[in-house]
Design a protein around this ligand. Structure first.
Ligand code: NIG
Ligand code: FE
Length: 412
């Protein structure tokens, strides 16, 4: 069994108690970031004493050692980009106007339909490599640009192929209600979703269903239907809600036992408590908020109220072509006024919980899978040196998967 010893770190980020599924954000300081070492044996974290012999030694002097970052909200795989739309948005066009004029999700659906599987996978694999270099060791994939029964089946199948060809672990979500496809209305598309679901589930290992609730997309009644389908098939319910308007979807999602509600830019202050008291995670996407000049989710209030707060990149060709979780952390710290510990909790343990993986990843604990990131400075510097990538080395499942060229001399 091969061993990796990471020694002399200025900070090793660990929860105070082992075996947690998640940590509510009012307890974010129940994590320690003191000096230390880490020993990896095979695929697993063996402990925090690393003075003996090891196959690989990493000198982490001045560095922070943190759990591999978990991106629980991405729209991979997709085809191409939509930079022209960003120009339109900067010039003052709204997301809604662009969407109604055939842009937005529909335009990415056309690109996906016109692309070969090879081209789609090549783009996604390239992005996965960049994500790895930014510390992402697990990510979620969503369908949703298929916009036809065949297209959604293909999308889930592409995510399954991607899983086999990237270094990271992935989880797959079927976002079957993303935009109303041409030739349908909401209700006839929802009937189609129920019909296509067995084929979608057969195409890949899907763990959750997702829906976009918004004036340009689906309604709370549709959310209920997706919730029922998820329950019927033993899948988790995730939902894009309250991004551009307050639609009152959060209470519906909580009632349905949703694993997460994502976006929340328009969640009013007086609706924070009910979410914080529930076991539905609040997935915040500050990259989309920033680039879309959206309202700001009540991140500080959610954290103070003890919500299970989570951060994601929302990597997609429309609202958030952002893959860097260090950048997302920088936005969250500045704009939600979160501490480094709060921001890291949100894209490690709590994000792993959203994906039902927190028993094996998301924190540095003996016995967990060795997904580990070495940063070239203290954790507080991630947000402070905004836009810079602080990742020096990444270990996935006990394998050294990435070393930044200038850090090679610290690895022996
Ligand atoms: O999470 N809001 C809906 N879905 C995506 C955007 C998709 C797109 O514009 O292509 C999101 O922001
Ligand atoms: Fe999204």
């Amino acid at each position: 069994m091969s061993t990796i010893a990471i020694t002399g770190a200025a900070q090793v980020l660990r929860p105070q108690a082992d075996g947690l599924s998640y940590l509510r954000h009012d307890c974010a300081d129940e994590q320690l970031a003191g000096p230390g070492s880490l020993l990896i044996e095979g695929e697993t974290i063996a402990g925090f004493e690393a003075s003996g012999a090891a196959d690989v030694r990493i000198d982490a002097t001045g560095c922070a050692v943190i759990p591999g970052l978990v991106d629980c909200h991405t729209h991979l795989p997709f085809a191409g980009w939509r930079e022209r739309e960003y120009e339109l948005k900067i010039a003052g066009e709204s997301y809604e106007t662009i969407a109604r004029a055939g842009g937005g999700i529909r335009s990415s659906a056309r690109s996906l339909a016109e692309s070969t599987d090879e081209r789609v996978l090549e783009q996604a694999q390239g992005l996965a490599r960049e994500m790895l270099a930014h510390g992402t060791t697990t990510f979620e994939c969503k369908s949703g640009y298929g916009l036809s029964p065949e297209g959604e089946v293909r999308s889930v199948a592409l995510a399954a192929t991607l899983r086999e060809s990237v270094t990271q672990a992935t989880r797959s979500t079927a976002l079957l209600a993303h935009a109303v496809p041409e030739g349908y209305d909401r209700s006839s598309w929802m009937d189609e979703v129920a019909k296509m679901l067995p084929a979608v589930l057969a195409a890949g290992d899907v763990s959750a269903l997702d829906i976009y609730v918004e004036s340009v997309a689906f309604s709370n009644d549709d959310l209920r239907r997706i919730g029922e389908l998820a329950a019927e098939h033993g899948l988790d319910l995730r939902a894009h809600v309250e991004q551009f308007n307050w639609n009152g979807s959060v209470p519906v999602a909580i009632e349905l036992g949703a694993r997460s509600v994502d976006h929340l830019a328009c969640l009013p202050d007086d609706r924070v408590a009910e979410l914080a008291e529930s076991e539905t995670a609040a997935v915040l996407l500050p990259g989309a908020e920033f680039l879309g000049d959206e309202r700001l989710a009540p991140g500080r209030a959610l954290a103070d109220a003890g919500a299970i707060c989570v951060l994601g990149s929302d990597l997609n060709p429309g609202t958030s072509p952002v893959l860097s979780l260090p950048l997302v952390i920088g936005l969250a710290v500045r704009r939600y006024r979160w501490s480094a510990l709060e921001a890291l909790l949100a894209c490690t343990l709590n994000a792993a919980w959203v994906l039902r993986m927190s028993d094996t990843i998301g924190s540095l604990e003996a016995g967990k899978r060795a997904d580990v990131v070495v940063l070239d400075g203290p954790i507080e510097r991630i947000a402070y040196q905004f836009g810079r990538n602080p990742v020096a080395a990444v270990i996935v499942g006990g394998q050294l998967a990435y070393v930044r060229p200038d850090f090679v001399r610290s690895v022996r």
